[in-house]
Design a protein around this ligand. Structure first.
Ligand SMILES: Cc1cc2nc3c(=O)[nH]c(=O)nc-3n(C[C@H](O)[C@H](O)[C@H](O)COP(=O)(O)OP(=O)(O)OC[C@H]3O[C@@H](n4cnc5c(N)ncnc54)[C@H](O)[C@@H]3O)c2cc1C
Length: 374
Protein backbone atom coordinates (compact mmCIF):
# COMPACT_ATOMS: atom_id res chain seq x y z
CA UNK A 1 0.00 0.00 0.00
CA UNK A 2 1.24 3.49 -0.71
CA UNK A 3 2.31 5.57 2.24
CA UNK A 4 1.15 8.80 0.64
CA UNK A 5 -1.85 9.93 2.66
CA UNK A 6 -4.78 12.06 1.66
CA UNK A 7 -3.52 15.15 3.50
CA UNK A 8 -0.54 15.12 1.10
CA UNK A 9 -2.16 13.96 -2.11
CA UNK A 10 -5.42 15.93 -1.78
CA UNK A 11 -5.22 18.38 1.13
CA UNK A 12 -8.42 20.24 0.26
CA UNK A 13 -10.43 17.02 0.21
CA UNK A 14 -8.83 15.83 3.46
CA UNK A 15 -9.75 19.12 5.14
CA UNK A 16 -13.33 18.96 3.78
CA UNK A 17 -13.79 15.39 5.02
CA UNK A 18 -12.34 16.21 8.45
CA UNK A 19 -14.62 19.23 8.76
CA UNK A 20 -17.73 17.27 7.78
CA UNK A 21 -17.12 13.65 8.85
CA UNK A 22 -19.62 13.87 11.72
CA UNK A 23 -22.28 15.41 9.47
CA UNK A 24 -21.70 12.81 6.75
CA UNK A 25 -22.34 10.16 9.38
CA UNK A 26 -25.25 11.85 11.16
CA UNK A 27 -27.43 13.26 8.37
CA UNK A 28 -27.88 13.66 4.63
CA UNK A 29 -27.42 17.43 4.34
CA UNK A 30 -24.10 17.04 2.48
CA UNK A 31 -24.99 13.84 0.60
CA UNK A 32 -24.98 15.58 -2.79
CA UNK A 33 -21.50 17.02 -2.24
CA UNK A 34 -19.60 13.85 -1.38
CA UNK A 35 -19.11 12.48 -4.89
CA UNK A 36 -18.09 15.82 -6.48
CA UNK A 37 -15.56 16.29 -3.67
CA UNK A 38 -14.08 12.82 -4.21
CA UNK A 39 -14.07 13.20 -7.99
CA UNK A 40 -12.53 16.68 -7.72
CA UNK A 41 -9.49 14.97 -6.19
CA UNK A 42 -9.42 12.43 -9.05
CA UNK A 43 -10.10 9.44 -6.79
CA UNK A 44 -12.52 7.50 -9.07
CA UNK A 45 -9.81 7.53 -11.77
CA UNK A 46 -7.26 5.59 -9.69
CA UNK A 47 -6.35 2.23 -11.20
CA UNK A 48 -8.32 2.98 -14.39
CA UNK A 49 -6.26 2.77 -17.61
CA UNK A 50 -5.11 6.14 -18.98
CA UNK A 51 -6.50 5.32 -22.43
CA UNK A 52 -9.97 5.04 -20.86
CA UNK A 53 -9.70 8.39 -19.08
CA UNK A 54 -8.23 7.14 -15.81
CA UNK A 55 -5.01 8.05 -14.07
CA UNK A 56 -3.44 4.60 -14.67
CA UNK A 57 -1.81 2.40 -12.04
CA UNK A 58 -3.37 -0.75 -10.67
CA UNK A 59 -6.19 -1.84 -8.42
CA UNK A 60 -3.84 -1.25 -5.46
CA UNK A 61 -3.93 2.46 -6.18
CA UNK A 62 -7.72 2.41 -6.07
CA UNK A 63 -7.61 0.45 -2.79
CA UNK A 64 -5.16 2.98 -1.35
CA UNK A 65 -7.44 5.84 -2.35
CA UNK A 66 -10.42 4.25 -0.61
CA UNK A 67 -8.31 3.47 2.48
CA UNK A 68 -7.09 7.06 2.65
CA UNK A 69 -10.64 8.40 2.54
CA UNK A 70 -11.86 5.86 5.13
CA UNK A 71 -9.37 7.27 7.62
CA UNK A 72 -11.25 10.60 7.42
CA UNK A 73 -14.85 9.55 6.77
CA UNK A 74 -16.15 6.03 6.33
CA UNK A 75 -19.39 7.32 4.77
CA UNK A 76 -17.36 9.05 2.04
CA UNK A 77 -15.17 5.95 1.60
CA UNK A 78 -18.29 3.84 1.14
CA UNK A 79 -19.53 6.22 -1.56
CA UNK A 80 -16.12 6.01 -3.28
CA UNK A 81 -16.20 2.23 -2.98
CA UNK A 82 -19.62 2.07 -4.70
CA UNK A 83 -18.40 4.41 -7.43
CA UNK A 84 -15.14 2.55 -8.02
CA UNK A 85 -16.74 -0.90 -7.88
CA UNK A 86 -19.25 0.14 -10.53
CA UNK A 87 -16.36 1.46 -12.64
CA UNK A 88 -14.67 -1.94 -12.19
CA UNK A 89 -17.86 -3.63 -13.42
CA UNK A 90 -17.61 -1.61 -16.61
CA UNK A 91 -13.89 -2.32 -16.99
CA UNK A 92 -14.58 -6.05 -16.73
CA UNK A 93 -17.82 -6.09 -18.72
CA UNK A 94 -17.85 -7.51 -22.25
CA UNK A 95 -20.29 -4.67 -23.13
CA UNK A 96 -17.78 -2.14 -24.49
CA UNK A 97 -20.48 0.22 -25.76
CA UNK A 98 -21.95 0.50 -22.25
CA UNK A 99 -18.48 1.09 -20.80
CA UNK A 100 -17.70 3.81 -23.32
CA UNK A 101 -21.06 5.47 -22.76
CA UNK A 102 -20.96 5.57 -18.94
CA UNK A 103 -17.30 5.74 -17.97
CA UNK A 104 -16.59 9.41 -18.75
CA UNK A 105 -19.32 10.78 -16.46
CA UNK A 106 -18.54 8.23 -13.74
CA UNK A 107 -14.90 9.31 -13.71
CA UNK A 108 -15.85 12.98 -13.35
CA UNK A 109 -18.45 12.19 -10.68
CA UNK A 110 -21.32 13.70 -12.68
CA UNK A 111 -22.93 10.26 -12.60
CA UNK A 112 -22.98 8.13 -9.44
CA UNK A 113 -22.22 4.41 -9.72
CA UNK A 114 -23.91 2.02 -7.33
CA UNK A 115 -23.81 -1.72 -6.75
CA UNK A 116 -26.93 -3.61 -5.77
CA UNK A 117 -25.40 -7.05 -5.97
CA UNK A 118 -25.77 -8.24 -2.36
CA UNK A 119 -28.86 -10.18 -3.35
CA UNK A 120 -27.17 -12.12 -6.15
CA UNK A 121 -24.12 -12.76 -3.96
CA UNK A 122 -26.31 -14.18 -1.23
CA UNK A 123 -28.22 -16.13 -3.91
CA UNK A 124 -24.99 -17.66 -5.21
CA UNK A 125 -24.11 -18.64 -1.64
CA UNK A 126 -27.55 -20.34 -1.40
CA UNK A 127 -28.70 -17.85 1.27
CA UNK A 128 -31.72 -16.25 -0.43
CA UNK A 129 -33.68 -16.26 -3.72
CA UNK A 130 -33.17 -13.61 -6.38
CA UNK A 131 -35.51 -10.69 -5.79
CA UNK A 132 -35.64 -9.39 -9.37
CA UNK A 133 -37.03 -11.19 -12.43
CA UNK A 134 -36.46 -10.58 -16.13
CA UNK A 135 -39.13 -11.65 -18.63
CA UNK A 136 -38.19 -11.87 -22.32
CA UNK A 137 -39.70 -9.02 -24.36
CA UNK A 138 -39.61 -8.11 -28.05
CA UNK A 139 -36.40 -6.19 -28.84
CA UNK A 140 -35.61 -3.73 -31.63
CA UNK A 141 -33.36 -4.75 -34.58
CA UNK A 142 -33.11 -8.39 -33.48
CA UNK A 143 -31.59 -7.39 -30.11
CA UNK A 144 -32.57 -9.21 -26.91
CA UNK A 145 -34.80 -7.29 -24.52
CA UNK A 146 -36.49 -7.85 -21.15
CA UNK A 147 -39.10 -6.49 -18.78
CA UNK A 148 -37.59 -6.38 -15.31
CA UNK A 149 -39.54 -6.41 -12.04
CA UNK A 150 -38.49 -6.59 -8.39
CA UNK A 151 -36.93 -4.60 -5.57
CA UNK A 152 -33.60 -4.33 -3.79
CA UNK A 153 -33.74 -3.09 -0.19
CA UNK A 154 -30.28 -1.53 0.15
CA UNK A 155 -28.18 0.34 -2.37
CA UNK A 156 -25.61 3.02 -1.52
CA UNK A 157 -24.64 5.97 -3.75
CA UNK A 158 -28.10 6.33 -5.29
CA UNK A 159 -27.39 10.01 -5.73
CA UNK A 160 -30.57 12.01 -6.22
CA UNK A 161 -28.87 14.00 -9.02
CA UNK A 162 -28.39 10.85 -11.16
CA UNK A 163 -27.13 7.32 -10.77
CA UNK A 164 -26.61 4.03 -12.48
CA UNK A 165 -26.96 0.87 -10.36
CA UNK A 166 -25.95 -2.73 -11.01
CA UNK A 167 -28.69 -5.28 -10.27
CA UNK A 168 -29.03 -8.97 -11.06
CA UNK A 169 -32.21 -10.56 -12.40
CA UNK A 170 -33.42 -14.14 -12.67
CA UNK A 171 -34.44 -15.04 -16.22
CA UNK A 172 -37.96 -16.35 -16.46
CA UNK A 173 -36.94 -18.19 -19.63
CA UNK A 174 -34.12 -19.98 -17.78
CA UNK A 175 -30.34 -19.60 -17.91
CA UNK A 176 -27.86 -17.88 -15.60
CA UNK A 177 -28.96 -14.59 -13.97
CA UNK A 178 -28.34 -11.38 -15.89
CA UNK A 179 -26.77 -8.22 -14.47
CA UNK A 180 -28.09 -4.89 -15.68
CA UNK A 181 -26.99 -1.28 -15.30
CA UNK A 182 -30.19 0.53 -14.22
CA UNK A 183 -30.29 4.25 -14.88
CA UNK A 184 -32.14 6.71 -12.67
CA UNK A 185 -35.02 8.35 -14.49
CA UNK A 186 -35.50 5.40 -16.86
CA UNK A 187 -39.07 4.05 -17.19
CA UNK A 188 -40.06 1.69 -14.36
CA UNK A 189 -37.07 2.51 -12.11
CA UNK A 190 -37.90 4.12 -8.75
CA UNK A 191 -35.55 5.12 -5.93
CA UNK A 192 -37.00 4.94 -2.43
CA UNK A 193 -36.46 7.55 0.27
CA UNK A 194 -33.14 7.53 2.11
CA UNK A 195 -33.13 4.70 4.65
CA UNK A 196 -33.33 5.73 8.29
CA UNK A 197 -29.81 4.56 9.15
CA UNK A 198 -28.07 4.84 12.53
CA UNK A 199 -24.89 6.03 10.75
CA UNK A 200 -23.40 6.65 7.28
CA UNK A 201 -26.47 8.79 6.57
CA UNK A 202 -24.73 10.95 3.98
CA UNK A 203 -24.15 7.91 1.76
CA UNK A 204 -27.32 8.11 -0.36
CA UNK A 205 -28.47 4.66 0.74
CA UNK A 206 -31.99 3.74 -0.38
CA UNK A 207 -34.04 0.95 -1.90
CA UNK A 208 -34.61 0.56 -5.63
CA UNK A 209 -37.73 -0.76 -7.32
CA UNK A 210 -38.19 -2.01 -10.85
CA UNK A 211 -41.75 -2.16 -12.22
CA UNK A 212 -41.84 -3.87 -15.60
CA UNK A 213 -38.79 -1.78 -16.54
CA UNK A 214 -37.93 -2.20 -20.25
CA UNK A 215 -34.24 -3.05 -20.66
CA UNK A 216 -32.21 -4.13 -23.65
CA UNK A 217 -28.77 -5.54 -24.35
CA UNK A 218 -27.36 -2.02 -24.24
CA UNK A 219 -27.93 -2.06 -20.44
CA UNK A 220 -26.44 -5.51 -19.88
CA UNK A 221 -23.23 -5.80 -17.84
CA UNK A 222 -23.19 -9.58 -18.24
CA UNK A 223 -25.54 -12.37 -19.26
CA UNK A 224 -23.77 -14.89 -17.02
CA UNK A 225 -23.67 -13.51 -13.48
CA UNK A 226 -22.02 -16.49 -11.71
CA UNK A 227 -19.01 -16.68 -14.05
CA UNK A 228 -18.58 -12.92 -14.20
CA UNK A 229 -18.85 -12.42 -10.43
CA UNK A 230 -16.29 -15.16 -9.74
CA UNK A 231 -13.84 -13.22 -11.90
CA UNK A 232 -14.78 -9.89 -10.27
CA UNK A 233 -14.75 -11.09 -6.66
CA UNK A 234 -11.08 -10.27 -5.93
CA UNK A 235 -11.51 -6.66 -7.04
CA UNK A 236 -14.86 -6.30 -5.26
CA UNK A 237 -13.50 -7.61 -1.96
CA UNK A 238 -10.11 -5.97 -2.39
CA UNK A 239 -11.71 -2.54 -2.74
CA UNK A 240 -13.92 -3.32 0.26
CA UNK A 241 -10.82 -4.26 2.28
CA UNK A 242 -9.48 -0.78 1.43
CA UNK A 243 -12.28 0.74 3.53
CA UNK A 244 -11.47 -1.57 6.43
CA UNK A 245 -7.72 -0.96 6.23
CA UNK A 246 -8.18 2.81 6.28
CA UNK A 247 -10.48 2.73 9.30
CA UNK A 248 -8.19 0.31 11.16
CA UNK A 249 -5.16 2.52 10.52
CA UNK A 250 -7.06 5.56 11.79
CA UNK A 251 -8.23 3.82 14.96
CA UNK A 252 -4.68 2.65 15.70
CA UNK A 253 -3.30 6.15 15.16
CA UNK A 254 -6.02 7.61 17.39
CA UNK A 255 -5.26 5.05 20.10
CA UNK A 256 -1.73 6.43 20.28
CA UNK A 257 -2.88 10.05 20.45
CA UNK A 258 -3.72 9.74 24.16
CA UNK A 259 -1.40 10.63 27.03
CA UNK A 260 2.04 9.12 27.64
CA UNK A 261 0.63 6.95 30.43
CA UNK A 262 -1.95 5.23 28.25
CA UNK A 263 0.54 4.99 25.36
CA UNK A 264 2.97 3.12 27.61
CA UNK A 265 0.28 0.56 28.40
CA UNK A 266 -1.34 0.06 24.99
CA UNK A 267 1.71 0.74 22.79
CA UNK A 268 2.60 -2.95 22.60
CA UNK A 269 -0.95 -3.96 21.64
CA UNK A 270 -1.07 -1.23 19.00
CA UNK A 271 2.27 -2.38 17.55
CA UNK A 272 1.06 -6.01 17.39
CA UNK A 273 -2.18 -4.99 15.68
CA UNK A 274 -0.25 -2.82 13.21
CA UNK A 275 1.97 -5.77 12.39
CA UNK A 276 -1.08 -8.02 11.79
CA UNK A 277 -2.77 -5.34 9.68
CA UNK A 278 0.36 -4.84 7.55
CA UNK A 279 0.73 -8.59 7.03
CA UNK A 280 -2.91 -8.82 5.88
CA UNK A 281 -2.42 -5.85 3.54
CA UNK A 282 0.71 -7.46 2.07
CA UNK A 283 -1.07 -10.81 1.55
CA UNK A 284 -3.99 -8.97 -0.05
CA UNK A 285 -1.66 -7.11 -2.39
CA UNK A 286 0.20 -10.18 -3.47
CA UNK A 287 -2.97 -12.26 -4.03
CA UNK A 288 -4.51 -9.48 -6.10
CA UNK A 289 -1.33 -8.98 -8.12
CA UNK A 290 -0.80 -12.64 -9.03
CA UNK A 291 -4.49 -13.53 -9.51
CA UNK A 292 -4.34 -16.24 -6.81
CA UNK A 293 -7.73 -15.28 -5.35
CA UNK A 294 -9.63 -16.16 -8.52
CA UNK A 295 -9.04 -19.88 -7.99
CA UNK A 296 -8.64 -19.68 -4.22
CA UNK A 297 -11.42 -17.40 -2.94
CA UNK A 298 -11.15 -19.06 0.49
CA UNK A 299 -7.81 -17.31 1.06
CA UNK A 300 -9.40 -13.95 0.31
CA UNK A 301 -12.32 -14.73 2.64
CA UNK A 302 -9.89 -15.60 5.44
CA UNK A 303 -8.07 -12.30 4.96
CA UNK A 304 -11.37 -10.41 5.12
CA UNK A 305 -12.26 -12.15 8.40
CA UNK A 306 -8.79 -11.51 9.86
CA UNK A 307 -8.91 -7.85 8.85
CA UNK A 308 -12.35 -7.39 10.41
CA UNK A 309 -11.01 -8.87 13.67
CA UNK A 310 -8.03 -6.50 13.65
CA UNK A 311 -10.35 -3.55 13.02
CA UNK A 312 -12.51 -4.40 16.00
CA UNK A 313 -9.49 -4.83 18.27
CA UNK A 314 -8.06 -1.51 17.05
CA UNK A 315 -11.43 0.11 17.59
CA UNK A 316 -11.58 -1.20 21.16
CA UNK A 317 -8.03 0.03 21.81
CA UNK A 318 -8.96 3.51 20.58
CA UNK A 319 -11.94 3.50 22.93
CA UNK A 320 -9.81 2.44 25.89
CA UNK A 321 -7.09 4.99 25.17
CA UNK A 322 -9.54 7.87 24.70
CA UNK A 323 -11.12 7.52 28.11
CA UNK A 324 -14.27 9.45 29.06
CA UNK A 325 -13.75 12.07 26.35
CA UNK A 326 -14.98 9.52 23.84
CA UNK A 327 -18.30 9.40 25.66
CA UNK A 328 -18.94 13.13 25.37
CA UNK A 329 -20.86 14.36 22.31
CA UNK A 330 -18.81 16.38 19.84
CA UNK A 331 -15.53 16.01 21.72
CA UNK A 332 -13.92 13.17 19.76
CA UNK A 333 -14.47 10.87 16.78
CA UNK A 334 -14.45 7.71 18.87
CA UNK A 335 -18.21 7.13 18.82
CA UNK A 336 -18.42 7.73 15.06
CA UNK A 337 -15.65 5.26 14.38
CA UNK A 338 -17.43 2.69 16.57
CA UNK A 339 -20.54 3.09 14.41
CA UNK A 340 -18.48 3.01 11.20
CA UNK A 341 -16.74 -0.20 12.30
CA UNK A 342 -20.08 -1.79 13.20
CA UNK A 343 -20.96 -1.79 9.49
CA UNK A 344 -17.92 -3.82 8.41
CA UNK A 345 -19.10 -7.32 9.44
CA UNK A 346 -22.55 -6.85 7.89
CA UNK A 347 -21.69 -5.55 4.43
CA UNK A 348 -22.01 -8.31 1.82
CA UNK A 349 -20.32 -10.69 1.85
CA UNK A 350 -20.95 -10.52 5.59
CA UNK A 351 -18.70 -12.27 8.06
CA UNK A 352 -21.49 -14.78 8.76
CA UNK A 353 -21.88 -15.41 5.02
CA UNK A 354 -18.13 -15.84 4.54
CA UNK A 355 -17.93 -18.30 7.44
CA UNK A 356 -20.92 -20.16 5.95
CA UNK A 357 -19.12 -20.37 2.57
CA UNK A 358 -15.83 -21.51 4.14
CA UNK A 359 -17.68 -24.22 6.07
CA UNK A 360 -19.52 -25.36 2.92
CA UNK A 361 -16.25 -25.43 1.01
CA UNK A 362 -14.52 -27.45 3.74
CA UNK A 363 -17.41 -29.93 3.64
CA UNK A 364 -17.09 -30.26 -0.15
CA UNK A 365 -13.33 -30.89 -0.07
CA UNK A 366 -13.29 -33.12 3.04
CA UNK A 367 -14.51 -36.36 1.34
CA UNK A 368 -11.82 -35.91 -1.36
CA UNK A 369 -9.09 -35.37 1.25
CA UNK A 370 -10.36 -38.31 3.34
CA UNK A 371 -10.43 -40.58 0.27
CA UNK A 372 -6.88 -39.54 -0.61
CA UNK A 373 -5.59 -40.49 2.85
CA UNK A 374 -7.69 -43.68 3.18
C1 LIG B 1 -25.71 1.13 5.40
C2 LIG B 1 -25.88 -0.02 4.47
C3 LIG B 1 -25.56 0.11 3.15
C4 LIG B 1 -25.71 -0.96 2.26
N1 LIG B 1 -25.40 -0.77 0.94
C5 LIG B 1 -25.55 -1.79 0.08
C6 LIG B 1 -25.24 -1.62 -1.30
O1 LIG B 1 -24.77 -0.58 -1.76
N2 LIG B 1 -25.47 -2.65 -2.14
C7 LIG B 1 -25.98 -3.84 -1.70
O2 LIG B 1 -26.19 -4.72 -2.53
N3 LIG B 1 -26.26 -4.04 -0.39
C8 LIG B 1 -26.05 -3.05 0.50
N4 LIG B 1 -26.33 -3.24 1.82
C9 LIG B 1 -26.77 -4.57 2.27
C10 LIG B 1 -25.61 -5.31 2.96
O3 LIG B 1 -24.51 -5.43 2.07
C11 LIG B 1 -26.04 -6.67 3.43
O4 LIG B 1 -26.46 -7.47 2.36
C12 LIG B 1 -27.19 -6.68 4.33
O5 LIG B 1 -26.97 -5.76 5.37
C13 LIG B 1 -27.34 -8.10 4.89
O6 LIG B 1 -28.59 -8.55 4.49
P1 LIG B 1 -29.77 -8.74 5.52
O7 LIG B 1 -29.84 -7.61 6.45
O8 LIG B 1 -30.97 -9.00 4.67
O9 LIG B 1 -29.27 -10.01 6.29
P2 LIG B 1 -30.08 -11.31 6.60
O10 LIG B 1 -30.47 -11.98 5.32
O11 LIG B 1 -31.15 -10.98 7.57
O12 LIG B 1 -28.97 -12.22 7.27
C14 LIG B 1 -28.34 -11.88 8.49
C15 LIG B 1 -26.95 -12.48 8.45
O13 LIG B 1 -27.01 -13.91 8.35
C16 LIG B 1 -26.42 -14.36 7.13
N5 LIG B 1 -27.29 -15.41 6.64
C17 LIG B 1 -28.53 -15.27 6.12
N6 LIG B 1 -29.05 -16.49 5.82
C18 LIG B 1 -28.13 -17.40 6.18
C19 LIG B 1 -28.06 -18.83 6.10
N7 LIG B 1 -29.08 -19.55 5.60
N8 LIG B 1 -26.94 -19.44 6.53
C20 LIG B 1 -25.91 -18.74 7.03
N9 LIG B 1 -25.91 -17.39 7.11
C21 LIG B 1 -27.00 -16.72 6.69
C22 LIG B 1 -26.33 -13.15 6.23
O14 LIG B 1 -25.25 -13.21 5.33
C23 LIG B 1 -26.16 -12.01 7.24
O15 LIG B 1 -24.82 -11.92 7.63
C24 LIG B 1 -26.18 -2.19 2.73
C25 LIG B 1 -26.50 -2.35 4.08
C26 LIG B 1 -26.35 -1.29 4.94
C27 LIG B 1 -26.66 -1.51 6.39
Amino acid sequence: MSTQNLATRAPALAAWLDAHAETLDADATLAAEVLPQLAGAGLPRLGVPVELGGSGGTLHDAIDGIADVAGHSFAAAFVLWGQRVFIEYLLQSPNRALRDRLLPTLLTGQLAGATGLSNVMKYLAALEPLQVRAADAPGANGQRAWRVTGALPWITNLRQQGFVAAAAADREAGGPPLIFALASGAPGITRGDDLDLIALRGSNTASLRMDNAPLGEDALLTDDAPTWLAQLRPAFLGLQCGMVLGLTRRSLAAALEGGAGSRAIIGGDAARLTERMDAIAAALNSGLADGAFIDRPARLFELRIALTDVLHEANALELQAGGGLGYLRGRSSVARRQREAAFVPIVTPSIVQIKHELAAQAKRTRPVAEAATA
